[in-house]
Design a protein around this ligand. Structure first.
Ligand code: PLP
Length: 434
């Protein structure tokens, strides 16, 4: 399978090139040239299949030409090694809990898949060592670091701003050891990002060592996110004995998660429509309403993983529907919620139903309560465990959120990090010393 760039490309990339490069040379995002239709015998039987069986069938449709069957099975099996339960919250509204992976957020799925795929290509090409550089303001670092933990041939260097990430976030990438090193940069997130970018464009460095990014725009992080759209529908069928009309609400920031759902829909995912649930960063909603896409700086909200003012995957959504506004609005509707609505609904759902929403899932839940029509059932994605946003969520629910054991375990680990200044030369010396 070839991968084209959303900026147009005379030379589409192989899977291997697309995964190693992340971004196409012309600045576009990679998309698969073909999206295979899955047979109805598969989509009709989701309720009878295991997570791994579903993941392998979808994975084969994407990667069957490029990867041997046993490699797909191994990578999918390891990627989906945790539960993805569907929980009934109230009549017709269900939460698909995507937060049971090692870092308690849905990004674990894409990060684990990509790490293993990159590991496979590294071994296959007999590359001695690949260095993954990732700048983080908190959540990406932990998903990437944990995804790559123990993957042979790969060393990960997580750059994070000293004193600017929460204690819970910090322990998730500073306590791992093995092939993961945390670099505590005396600066802000933008400094971390600048250092990483400078390293990628420093030829004297890239001639000596193989550097790659594990950016969220990597196609190998995006496509595997379609797995749980299918497994979620399977769970719904098992739970209710039927399917009916299903609406899926996706709390969205950079729109990778929703894009994976749209790809799944092209493959035959039996869903009638999608909702993009946003916080006050609502450029996509504006596009749905007006047909105009006007990026702007992000504003800070309680659902901070969705604070994105220019979602990169918008280009992929346009590409999927040949830039047709009509086709896009036909399938996707949008909703936006401010911090007051988010905090009110967290408190309300907790006291009324006893279910704890996180600030991102809260937007998804709200959009379903507002938009479900007769005969429809809705699934919203719970994209992170509420304990990841404990400082926020505890303000709105009595007693506070209980920290799950997996997170406790991180917090007991010993913090290890390398202190760095925000000067590029210091970062370069560090890399050259490896
Ligand atoms: C990253 C993230 C989102 C946004 O996902 P996109 O794929 O960027 O739209 C939503 N919720 C949580 C908790 C996240 O970490």
């Amino acid at each position: 399978m070839k991968y084209y760039s959303t900026n147009g490309d005379k030379h589409p990339a192989s899977l291997e090139e697309a995964v190693i490069r992340g971004l196409a040379p012309n600045g576009g995002l990679y998309m698969p040239e073909r999206i295979e239709n899955l047979p109805v015998e598969f989509t009709d039987k989701l309720g009878e299949m295991s997570r791994k069986e579903i993941g392998c069938t979808v994975g084969r449709a994407f990667f069957g030409e490029d990867l041997p069957e046993e490699v797909i099975e191994k990578i999918v099996g390891e990627t989906l090694s945790f539960e993805i339960p569907l929980v009934k919250v109230e009549e017709r509204i269900y939460s698909l809990e995507l937060f049971h992976g090692p870092t308690l957020a849905f990004k674990d799925v894409g990060a684990r898949f990509m790490a293993r795929l990159l590991g496979y290509f590294t071994v296959k090409k007999e590359i001695k060592e690949v260095h993954v550089l990732v700048a983080t303001s908190g959540d990406t670092g932990s998903a990437v670091a944990n995804g790559f933990l123990g993957v042979e041939g790969i060393r990960v260097h997580v750059l994070y701003p000293k004193g600017k990430v929460s204690a819970i976030q910090e322990c998730q990438f500073t306590t791992l050891g093995k092939n993961i090193t945390a670099l505590e940069v005396d600066g802000v997130f933008d400094d971390c990002q600048r250092l990483v970018k400078a390293a990628f464009s420093d030829k004297s460095l890239t001639d000596r060592m193989r550097l790659t990014s594990a950016n969220s725009i990597n196609i190998a992080r995006l496509l595997p996110q379609s797995f749980y759209y299918f497994t979620g529908l399977g769970e719904l069928e098992r739970m209710t004995g039927e399917r009916g009309k299903v609406v899926i609400a996706v709390p969205s920031g950079n729109f990778g998660n929703l894009t994976a759902g749209l790809v799944a829909h092209k493959m035959g995912l039996p869903v009638s429509r999608f909702i993009a649930a946003n916080n006050r960063n609502d450029v996509f909603l504006e596009y749905l309403q007006t047909g105009k896409y006007i990026p702007r700086p992000s504003v800070a909200t309680l659902a901070n993983a969705m604070d994105v003012g220019d979602p990169s995957n918008f280009a992929r959504i346009l590409a999927l529907y040949n830039r047709s506004h009509a086709a896009i609005t036909n399938l996707i509707s949008g909703y936006r919620y401010d911090d007051v609505s988010i905090s009110t609904v967290i408190s309300d759902v907790c006291s009324r139903i006893g279910y704890t929403l996180d600030p991102h899932g809260a937007c998804g839940y709200l959009s379903l309560t507002e938009s479900l029509r007769d005969g429809e059932r809705g699934i919203f994605f719970e994209t992170a465990h509420p304990a990841k946003f404990k400082d926020t969520v505890d303000c709105f629910i009595p007693g506070g959120v209980k920290i799950p054991d997996t997170l406790q375990a991180f917090m007991k680990g010993k913090k290890q990090s390398v202190a760095l200044s925000a000067e590029y030369n210091d970062f370069k010396d560090y890399l050259l010393s490896l």
